[in-house]
Design a protein around this ligand. Structure first.
Ligand SMILES: [Ca+2]
Ligand SMILES: [Ca+2]
Ligand SMILES: [Ca+2]
Length: 131
């Protein structure tokens, strides 16, 4: 029976391996939760993948769900809400029409807030697109 008991070193190694693998698997699944234009792990992670950036922290705090709540936040504080930075200003999970260059919602300074609030502009465009 003693051969079936977990050896402490084996158990610790298994826990460490699981700890390294699970976040990587979760990253792929999490990426699929975000608007389709998002194809970069650095949207949520810092360079070197050693941690989460402010958007990644907010995504985690929002139960890893992209919705209107996360869309409306400005995680990095650069004046552009997350939805505008990721090309989904109305937060429906689909790319908005006419989306240009995306910026990173976890990195400040890569998005220039327009004179007209870009979220308002997205809402106006959505109204015209629905006609
Ligand atoms: Ca921002
Ligand atoms: Ca959209
Ligand atoms: Ca940004």
């Amino acid at each position: 029976m003693s051969s079936l008991r977990w050896h402490p070193v084996l158990f610790t190694s298994l826990v460490v391996v699981m700890g390294l693998c699970l976040p990587a698997m979760a990253t792929v699944e999490d990426l699929e939760q975000l608007p389709p234009a998002v194809d970069n792990c650095l949207v949520c992670h810092v360079e070197g993948m050693s941690g989460l950036n402010p958007f990644g922290e907010d995504f985690l705090a929002n139960s890893r769900i992209w919705d209107a709540t996360l869309d409306d936040l400005d995680s990095d504080g650069d004046g552009c809400v997350n939805g505008v930075e990721l090309g989904d200003a109305n937060g429906d999970g689909e790319n908005d029409s006419g989306v240009g260059d995306l910026s990173n919602p976890g990195v400040a300074g890569d998005c220039e807030p327009a004179t007209v609030d870009r979220r308002t502009w997205g809402d106006l465009k959505a109204l015209f697109d629905s006609k």
